[in-house]
Design a binder for this molecule. Structure first.
Ligand code: PEP
Ligand code: MN
Length: 360
């Protein structure tokens, strides 16, 4: 997909003419369910069939996976459909069982990546094998922790490595289940351009209607592939029902996604431009989000001033803000004139908000 990646990796060796696609249900539920989905994904652009066998659930009492039994179903998927198989491992026993059952690709889940003990145990169990291992980002936005896990595997001589970006949990409500914080995978790609990076729009969005847009953003940012949860009856899935798509929808998504893979100069230019534009779109929406939050706080100040009967405009405070922002702007290469204009506009909007509350 991209010429910025110079070294050949296990992914190049697959020789795909499109981004890598891993698809299949969140969880293996029954043998029939697994095989039915796999057969619907056969002869499509899907390369690996995923299914969770051991499910890390936030709270006990939910479906925690069928366990080792499901590995036999994955073997059957491979025999019957030719699809390669993928599952999550979270300890030494999982690794040993997955290897015994010829699973082609293993991933480390977000709740495991946070734990250096667990990652080390998995790395030790994999030492000396030729496995493909993908490391999901940790649940918290910590690039070092993510890279630390990759490093432990690399130190255990695992050569076929990659990462999965599945978003980060937050206390604040958002339209995402796990906010993408795109700057983290962008920084990771900048530091390690040859490490394959896969996007997981299912766990980022938590919502099947948003899968396409997040996938397109990922491709615009030069991600190497997608992992998308797929179920023939999403609403009745035993886990992550809201985010799974049917095989038919997945096939449509794969068809509609714009994939920029040509390497002539014109295509290279367009590719770079769309990568940069995708980064700008992300930052613009963060700007609007931050401004919205700032005005909510202004509303709170308006309420407070109303209670105490205090004037909206406090010149001292305003001059302090301006001075500080001009200095901070300078350090980021922003002109004084621009910072002044920007903050006057923000201040005016904030006054409007407060006026509305005081007089409302
Ligand atoms: C999964 O892929 O089903 C899963 C449990 O994901 P995560 O580790 O990203 O939560
Ligand atoms: Mn899931």
């Amino acid at each position: 997909m991209e010429n910025s990646k110079q070294m050949r990796t296990w992914l190049d060796d697959l020789g795909l003419d499109h981004p890598l696609v891993i698809a299949g249900p969140c969880s293996a539920e029954t043998e029939d369910q697994v095989l039915k989905i796999a057969h619907e994904l056969k002869d499509t652009d899907v390369n690996y069939f995923r299914a969770g066998i051991w499910k890390p659930r936030t709270r006990p009492g939910n479906f925690e996976g069928v366990g080792a039994l499901g590995l036999k179903w994955l073997q059957k998927v491979k025999e019957e459909t030719g699809l390669k198989t993928a599952t999550e491992v979270a300890n030494r026993a999982h690794v040993e069982l997955a290897l015994e059952h010829d699973i082609d690709l293993l991933w480390i889940g977000a709740r495991s990546t946070v734990s250096p003990f667990i990652v080390q145990e998995i790395a030790d169990a994999l030492q000396g094998t030729d496995q493909i291992v993908l490391v999901k980002n940790p649940v918290n936005p910590d690039l070092s922790l993510w890279l630390g896990a990759v490093e432990r595997l690399s130190t255990a001589n695992i050569k076929k490595l990659g990462v999965i970006h599945r978003g980060f949990s937050t206390y604040e409500k958002s339209k995402y289940r796990n906010i993408p914080e795109w700057q983290l995978p962008i920084e990771l790609q900048t530091k390690f351009p040859d490490l394959p990076i896969i996007n997981d729009p299912s766990h980022i969005t938590g919502n099947r209607d948003m899968i396409f847009d997040v996938s397109q953003t990922a491709l615009d940012l030069n991600f190497d592939g997608l992992i998308i949860e797929t179920h023939y009856d999403p609403d009745n899935a035993w886990s992550d029902a809201a985010q799974q798509v049917t095989p038919r929808v997945l096939i449509q998504i794969m068809k509609d996604l714009q994939i920029r893979k040509e390497s002539n100069e014109e295509a290279e230019y367009k590719n770079q431009l769309s990568n940069l534009r995708a980064q700008i779109d992300i930052i613009d929406s963060q700007l609007i989000d931050a401004l919205g939050k700032r005005m909510k706080i202004s509303d709170g100040i308006g309420t407070l001033k109303k209670q105490k009967n205090v004037a909206v405009l406090q010149s001292n405070r305003w001059n302090q803000i301006l001075g500080a922002m001009i200095l901070e702007g300078e350090s980021k290469g922003l002109s004084e004139e621009f910072v002044l204009r920007l903050f006057k506009a923000i201040h005016q909007e904030s006054i409007n908000h407060q006026e509305k509350i005081i007089n409302g």
